[in-house]
Design a protein around this ligand. Sequence first.
Ligand code: SF4
Length: 164
Amino acid sequence: MRVLDILECTTVDGPGFRTSIYVAGCRHQCPGCHNPQSWDAKGGVDMSIDDILAVVRRDPFGGVTLSGGDPMFQAGECVELCQRIKESTGKSLWCYTGFTWEEIHSHGSREMVQLAEMVDVLVDGRFVMALRDTDLLFRGSANQRLIDVPRTIECGCVCLWQRD
Ligand code: SF4
C-alpha cells in the first residue's frame, strides 16, 4: 500500500501514545485542508503489510491510528492491515476519514464498511473551515465526530466516544 509517513509515539491522533500511519491519497479536496500533499494516491512510498507491522510492533503498549490522506481510498489494504494488527497485537485502532459514517454505510464499498466497523473509533467527516476549532479534541472542525464503533454497532445509532 502507499504510505506517506509513519509517526511513532504521537499524542495528537487519539488517546495515549500511538503509532500513526498516514495513508496516501484523498479525493475530498476540503478547502483549508492541512495537508494537500496527501491527496496524491501515488505519493509516499510502497510498503507491505509486514513492513508496517514491523514498525507497529516496535511499541509494545501504544495504539495505532490510520490517517492520511483518507484511508478509505485504500480500504481493502487497510482492512488487511487492521486485521493483522488486531490478531497479532490487540492494539486499539482509530481511523480518520473524510466520509461520514452514514455515507460509508449508504454508498461505500464493502471494504469501506468493513474498515469503518473494525476500528475502535472512527473520526468521520470532511474538514470544514467555517467550523474549525483548535480546542477540539483529536479533530479539526466541529462537524467531525469521534464515533465509538463497538457501541454504535451495538446500539444501531451513532454513539460518540468519551474519554475515560
Ligand atoms: S479529508 Fe482530510 S486529507 Fe482529505 S482533503 Fe479533507 S482535510 Fe484534507
